[in-house]
Design a protein around this ligand. Structure first.
Ligand code: ZN
Ligand code: ZN
Length: 254
């Protein structure tokens, strides 16, 4: 499995882009960045978009992407998530007020966006990969994912504050080669992290140690760009080689 990091920051400003990972050239995991990073030929290859939650920095890429698909001709995508997330999208984004309802455009039977609901904590197949949503602790309904191809894969926390289930599942799941985990704020902003449903460096370490994942390779994501240097220093001070920053533009292979 090939994972290209189109964006991995907790805000989009300057060169820093919002969360989006392109898997095997055809599946997007979150939609914070699409058209800024991919040309039309690459856009045409995307068939599925898997969503963790409805915050704008994780879905905003859908709008220019779908618009471009309309211009290019006969294309459609499956929009995949759990029921609760798809409902929020349908009621609040594709509501003909914020954006047209592309599930019935160009026609009721042939929408460009085809919603595809998947069950919580069950394995669903998408092309060559499988995905399993796990409930996270954020300010809106949010799922993290176990993503596998064959018996190997990775896990993604999405946006999350301190949480239990994800880490317990991570401890039990075989074949996980790394975890991509939210660290949005430096340790001094512990309170802000908790209120906004995110983690600090110290919270991440506390969780992985508590769940016996202290040596699991971890890629830190969703850093607020303004705190990038500060969080980098905090990670360096840990002296743990297994915890690294996720790099925008990089490709990870499982
Ligand atoms: Zn976010
Ligand atoms: Zn969020």
């Amino acid at each position: 499995m090939k994972i290209k990091v189109l964006g991995c920051y907790g805000n989009y400003i300057g060169k820093y882009r919002a969360t989006s990972f392109l898997i095997n050239d055809t599946i997007l995991l979150d939609a914070g960045t699409i058209t800024e990073a991919l040309d039309d030929e690459a856009l045409k290859k995307i068939k599925q978009v898997l969503i963790t939650h409805t915050h704008i920095d994780h879905v905003k890429g859908l709008f220019p992407f779908v618009d471009e698909l309309v211009m290019m001709g006969d294309y459609s995508i499956e929009l995949i998530s759990v029921k609760q997330v798809l409902e929020i999208i349908s009621q609040n984004l594709l509501n003909n007020l914020i954006w047209p309802d592309f599930t019935v455009i160009p026609s009721e039977h042939k929408g460009i966006i085809k919603p595809h609901e998947i069950p919580m904590e069950q394995v669903s197949s998408i092309n060559s990969i499988t995905v399993e949503p796990v409930l996270m602790t954020h300010t809106v309904f949010t799922v993290g994912y176990i993503v596998k191809e064959g018996n190997k894969g990775f896990m993604f926390t999405a946006d999350t504050g301190p949480t239990k289930r994800f880490w317990a599942v991570a401890r039990e799941t075989k074949g996980i080669e790394f975890i991509i985990a939210d660290v949005s704020f430096p340790n001094r902003l512990d309170r802000l992290a908790k209120i906004s449903g995110h983690m600090t460096t110290a919270m991440l370490v506390e969780h992985i140690d508590r769940y016996g994942l202290g040596t699991m390779p971890i890629y830190v994501t969703h850093i607020k760009p303004i705190f990038l240097e500060e969080i980098h220093r905090e990670l360096d001070a840990l002296k743990r080689d297994n915890i690294k920053l996720l790099r925008q533009g990089s490709t990870i292979t499982v």
